[in-house]
Design a protein around this ligand. Structure first.
Ligand code: 9MR
Length: 452
């Protein structure tokens, strides 16, 4: 039950006597971020980053806190680096690289040879000229970043979707034939022998005609000594393109060819428990494959996702951690989200819950909030709810739940208390808190409920 209003007011008055009101708990365990948890499993956990958002403090602080690898989302592509022939512009990409280097984050170079985001001057060239333009582009860009990039997507998305197993039509394939792939990789090795050289594609995440074609290419390269070190699986998932049931087996068969594999552009449309479970499965598949060396999500916040309306990422538009975040951290063996299901998932597989928020009382510089948690159509053993507060608002006390705070001090993750986590199907419980407004009267953003 909520604290009686009079008691809450008295409590608040005491707190206000002190000059600063601090939040309940900021305890940080060792592996309580994606990057540190992944490092504990000898992996990296990265994000695609856009240079033009680095000046936004919540964006940068989330990046800096959670991730230990970055991929420039657009800044290293051909149109960004060589829009005019032999005039190279690296400003935006340099910004990302120096940000990453300052924090010891790995950088994946994306991408050297791709049919998309290709300036029209390239598409207009005849074969001989195109070959020298391609090799010059690879050489100049890799030279500029030599020693700073752990892996390059040397060639991106060269194969067709569907059952043909053929190369897609592109200026490179059409004019140079399939040999352009080999040539690109050989040129790249000559420029920076220490960078890992990767092939990267989408719709190759399960065993299918397209991934079979990539598999055959890698096998051929390996047998003939053409340099290739890694294969990136983009892993853009939604209901039309779900996480394949043979995802892990597919990663493993590539690894067995003697290349590393990485999840390079992970995003999964959806929300709540379903999205969380999908993320968890992807992470577990990577961890189960020894040569799966890391995962990169294709963006930090849903706000800036290339498919924002599908809310495919781990942080919501206010940088609040989503259930998918908690599930990803748990699958990585992280400990920041507390007890929960210990990463084991819920036994029934269909546990779910919903939440609603009410301001039960309100006064000059404070209010009491109540969150009702209701189990879905199956019984649940625990629940987690995230509330994001607008600073300088602070929570002064909480009852009927256990709170943990993120490092910004604005995102409160509440788990069930020892006595109100188990709910019968359709049953409800509630927790409450007293917030001190500190001049800001916003209502906190309520995240989805995660059940276990
Ligand atoms: O996220 C990128 C988006 O901002 C660009 O507009 C788009 C242009 O093609 O590219 C997006 O990134 C793509 C990546 O470079 C390659 N794989 C598919 C990604 C999503 O479209």
């Amino acid at each position: 039950m909520p604290m009686p209003r009079r008691a809450a007011q008295a409590f608040t008055a005491v707190l206000l006597a002190a000059s600063t009101v601090t939040a309940l708990s900021h305890t940080a365990a060792a592996a309580d971020t994606l990057g540190s948890a992944a490092a504990g499993k000898a992996r990296y956990f990265g994000a695609a980053v856009a240079a033009n958002h680095l000046g936004e403090s919540a964006y940068a602080s989330t990046l800096d806190r959670e991730f230990n690898q970055v991929t420039p989302e657009n800044e290293m592509k051909w149109d960004a680096t060589e829009g005019t022939r032999n005039t190279f512009t690296f400003g935006a990409a340099d910004q990302i690289v120096s940000h990453a280097q300052g924090l010891n984050m790995k950088v994946r170079g994306h991408t050297l040879v791709w049919h998309s985001q290709l300036p029209s001057w390239v598409s207009g060239l005849a074969a001989t000229d195109l070959r020298s333009a391609m090799n010059n582009h690879i050489t100049q860009v890799m030279q500029h970043y030599k020693g700073k990039i752990y892996a390059w997507d040397v060639v991106n998305e060269a194969y067709q979707d569907g059952s043909s197993g053929a190369l897609r039509s592109s200026p490179f394939a059409d004019k140079l034939g399939s040999g352009f792939l080999e040539e690109a990789f050989r040129t790249a090795r000559g420029v920076d022998p220490n960078a890992k050289l990767c092939y990267n594609d989408y719709n190759t995440d399960g065993v299918n005609a397209k991934s079979n074609a990539v598999y055959a290419m890698v096998k051929d390269f390996k047998s003939r000594g053409v340099p290739i070190d890694c294969v990136g699986f983009q892993s853009h998932f939604n209901s039309a393109s779900p996480v394949p049931s043979d995802y892990q087996a597919n990663l493993q068969r590539f690894a067995d060819l003697g290349v590393d594999v990485q999840i390079t552009e992970l995003d999964i449309e959806g929300s709540g428990t379903a999205q969380a479970n999908n993320y968890s499965n992807v992470v577990k598949a990577c961890l189960a494959v020894t040569r799966c060396t890391g995962l990169t999500v294709w963006g930090i916040t849903d706000k800036y996702s290339w498919r924002s309306s599908g809310t495919p990422l781990l942080f919501d538009s206010n940088y609040g951690k989503k259930p998918a975040y908690d599930a990803t951290l748990a699958a990585l063996g992280g400990s920041g989200t507390g007890g929960g299901d210990g990463g084991g998932g819920n036994p029934g597989g269909n546990a779910s819950c919903t939440v609603s928020f009410t301001r039960t009382s309100d006064w000059n510089d404070g209010y009491n909030g109540e969150v009702v948690v209701k189990a879905g159509s199956a019984p649940i053993n625990g629940w987690t709810v995230t509330l994001t507060f607008t600073p300088p608002q602070k929570v002064a006390s909480l009852w009927n739940g256990t709170a943990a705070w993120d490092s910004s001090g604005n995102v409160m993750t509440v788990r069930a208390a020892s006595y109100n986590g188990s709910l019968a199907a359709g049953a409800s419980t509630s927790f409450g808190f007293t917030a001190v407004k500190n001049g800001n009267n916003s209502t906190p953003a309520l995240g989805a409920c995660t059940a276990s």
